[in-house]
Write a protein that binds this ligand. Structure first.
Ligand code: GAL
Length: 740
């Protein structure tokens, strides 16, 4: 997001321990007021009557329940010049705030010195997160050795708000603060599957950094060192140092790679780590194979669209026996279209052929009241592009889906926030902004490929991104979506708190979804309805009754182990509510190149964490919405997203969520019942060391299930006796299917 006012970033210092004398804590002594006033930035403003506030918790938990919007924090603090003495870089001061919810402006003695979030002059959009602001040590806003007034203006978009966390400091920027080890380049595969990668050491400081770069590859199972190489390096602003390594083919698992730069004068060092990628999904076969769910639901009288997902060498020829009246199949594309008027369950036999053979699959089309019988599989623009999504990016996503993913069942192309205008048309109709010149044309294009189109809105006057919401225009918006041909609506909560009770009760929480449900019911389209209110009011208990096909059960995900694992392994209370047509949504996928804006980076999840992410979300029967730049799918990510046996677990017709069966400090086992009587089991290592995890068939209803299959590698495992034991990598998973 926007970070205009600071010069360099002091993140590294925030994450490493540093000499205490170089910084002071600003964790205590703050005062607080709800509301907004320009005077509150002023050092002479009298805040004597403001209430004290702790930075350990949100403002909600300190007497400001239900307060969203603006709030101010003020602190009187002496900044001693002695903190400069031990610092190598004496020119930059760092203010570190360990999480701001959601956006902020930082004033030092009345002057704006840093800011996060917002469009133009407001700070109403952005993201919760840590802030590390760097300002020049000679900035006249800093009063050295005197009392300073630090005033922070916060805008909370909803839910918890404020400044809260563990570490809050003002200090000199550390020598390593302006240094970064950029390991964002992709691992590439050379001859014989050797792995290559280029690492860059960069700095924004004019200081000339000299020292050593140690490159090390270790086996995480026994910590043995496989490669170890140290190079002399030198770099400064504008003159980075690049190191390229090439390591020979490794086994099918992830190795730990570390890059450590040690500066020679100070002895200080920084380290970055990687995990080597490894592809488990078998190489796709040329023989024809039908993938995708066993059941598909549509409503009578509404337009029907289904692309038969099929792998194998093109061209493929499709056939469908037993299609209900009103449907027709294009035998060359596999797209089924039409309208069925008669309710009922229609068993169909699908066939696909190429010059290497044929494959058939039994499939049931259920024409009735419930759609979305299996969780949605698709792409959503948010985790990749945030508000910078545009028409071209959406078309790239659709084309890529057809080229690389639809054969495995992926079919939704969903535009998140950022497509709407800021003003409605004179008629009150919703209109797009200039990034989407013709939504109908885009939707037609997506449909022509056999794919479906999704869109986003919010029940308040504004979306979370500050664009138009549907407040008091629900009927009109639903009609517009229908005219465009929209198939999926993600409906947020943002700014609805401005128009409902300060502390909404259950009825208040249901209301906006009931209103939009009624509006959607007036148009003749099957539109998947996805609630995005972060789990408020235990939405899983009432989401189905209010007509949701899925509901977010958590806040927003990010691409860290903490975020992904905290969310994924806590899907317990909501589990029993998953059922065909109605699923819990622990938020979208964070694999591939993510970025929430203009710049994308490779996900910060390690390869093993990514296997965990996809396995766990599949076990939970979650909608799988890819959140990456689809134009840049690498081989590893593609392997994660195209494993038909893994996707079959997610798409299982029973629609149940896995249950946590075993939980220890180091590992967890989750078990999901499957429609064929088998069980999908995830053995998850949540620790930092290899773990040996044992599954006992006498426990957890596994009796009689004698066959055991490694789902990622798609092969049966040979086991004897009643137990199955797997060695599982740190933060990794062994996903198996047990059957009779
Ligand atoms: C958030 C939502 C995100 C994204 C964003 C758009 O509330 O959780 O997934 O939709 O709004 O502004």
């Amino acid at each position: 997001m926007m970070r205009k006012l600071f010069l360099l970033t002091c993140m590294a210092a925030a994450l490493t321990l540093r000499v205490a004398a170089q910084e002071i804590s600003i964790a205590k002594g703050w005062k607080f007021a709800i509301g907004d006033s320009t005077q509150w930035a002023s050092p002479t403003y009298n805040d004597q009557n403001w209430k004290p506030i702790s930075l350990a918790h949100s403002w909600e938990s300190q007497g400001y329940k239900g307060e969203d919007g603006f709030g101010w924090y003020r602190l009187h603090v002496v900044i001693p010049s002695s903190i400069k003495e031990k610092a190598y870089l004496k020119d930059s001061v760092c203010i570190y705030l360990d999480a701001v919810d959601d956006n902020d402006e930082v004033y030092l003695n009345g002057k704006l010195v840093a800011k996060y979030g917002g469009k133009g002059s407001d700070i109403k959009t952005g993201n919760y997160g840590p802030r590390s602001y760097t300002i020049a040590a000679n900035n006249p806003a800093i009063l050295w050795d005197k009392e300073n007034v630090l005033a922070i203006r916060i805008f909370d978009t909803g839910g918890d708000g404020g400044i809260y966390g563990n570490k809050f400091t003002i200090g000199m920027a550390d020598l390593m603060d302006p240094v970064s080890i950029n390991n964002d380049a992709e691992f590439s595969y050379g001859d014989n599957n050797s792995l290559n990668k280029a690492i860059k050491l960069t700095t924004t400081s004019n200081y000339v950094y000299k020292g050593k770069l140690a490159f090390k590859v270790t086996d995480p199972e026994n910590n043995s060192v496989i490669y170890d190489k140290t190079n002399d390096v030198q770099f400064t602003a504008g003159k980075p140092f690049t190191y390229t390594f090439n390591i020979a083919r490794l086994e099918k698992r992830s190795y730990r790679v570390s890059y450590t730069f040690t500066e020679e004068k100070s002895g200080k060092s920084i380290t970055k780590t990687d995990g080597t990628p490894y592809v488990l999904t078998p190489y796709p076969s040329s023989k024809p194979q039908i993938n995708g769910p066993d059941v598909y639901g549509a409503r009578p009288g509404n337009p029907f669209l289904y692309l038969i997902p099929a792998g194998g060498k093109r061209p493929l020829i499709y056939a469908a026996e037993g299609l209900p009246d009103g449907l027709k199949l294009d035998v060359n594309t596999g797209i089924i279209t039409g309208v069925v008027n008669q309710k009922g369950d229609y068993p169909v036999t699908l066939t696909v052929k190429n010059n290497l053979g044929a494959n058939t699959k039994k499939f049931i089309i259920k024409i009735g009241d419930v759609i979305g019988l299996t969780p949605a599989l698709g792409w959503n623009s948010w985790n990749a592009f945030g508000l910078s999504v545009n028409d071209e990016k959406v078309r790239v996503a659709a084309k890529t889906m057809i080229e690389k993913l639809s054969a495995h069942g992926w079919n939704f192309v969903n535009i998140d926030d950022g497509w709407e205008a800021e003003q409605r048309a004179a008629s009150g109709e919703i209109v797009t902004n200039q990034k989407f010149p013709d939504m109908k044309a885009t939707t037609d294009f997506v449909h022509s490929l056999g794919l479906k189109m999704g869109i986003y809105s919010s029940p308040g006057p504004r979306t979370c991104g500050g664009y138009l919401g549907s407040w008091q225009h629900e009927d009109q918006d639903a009609k517009t979506y229908g005219d465009w041909g929209i198939d999926y609506l993600k409906y947020d909560w943002c700014s609805y708190s401005e128009v409902t009770a300060k502390i909404p009760n259950l009825d208040d929480m249901k209301k906006p979804y009931q209103v939009m449900r009624a509006s959607l019911d007036k148009i003749h389209r099957d539109i998947m309805f996805s609630f995005c209110q972060y789990g408020m009011g235990d939405v899983w208990k009432w989401g189905a009754e209010v007509g949701g096909n899925s509901w977010r059960s958590t806040g927003d995900i990010t691409d860290t182990w903490k975020s992904m694992s905290d969310i994924g392994f806590n899907q317990i209370a909501d589990g029993p509510y998953a059922q065909p047509g109605h699923f819990n949504d622990p938020d979208m996928l964070v694999v591939g190149k993510v970025g929430w804006g203009d710049n994308q980076h490779n996900t910060h999840l390690t390869p093993d964490e990514q296997y965990t992410h996809i396995s766990l979300w599949s076990l939970l029967s979650s909608p799988l919405l890819i959140g990456c730049d689809m134009g840049k799918l690498d081989r590893f990510t593609l392997g994660l997203l195209t494993n038909d046996e893994v996707l079959a677990i997610d798409q299982d017709a029973l629609g149940k969520s896995a249950k946590q069966a075993i939980k220890t400090d180091n590992y967890q086992v989750w078990i999901k019942d499957l429609a064929d009587g088998g069980k999908a089991v995830g053995l998850f290592n949540i620790s930092d060391q290899y773990q040996t995890i044992t599954l006992n068939r006498d426990e957890n209803d596994l009796k009689g299930l004698t066959k055991i299959r490694d789902v990622w590698q798609q092969k049966y495992l040979i086991t004897s006796g009643n137990t199955y034991t797997a060695k599982v990598a740190p933060h990794g998973v062994m996903l198996v299917k047990l059957s009779k």
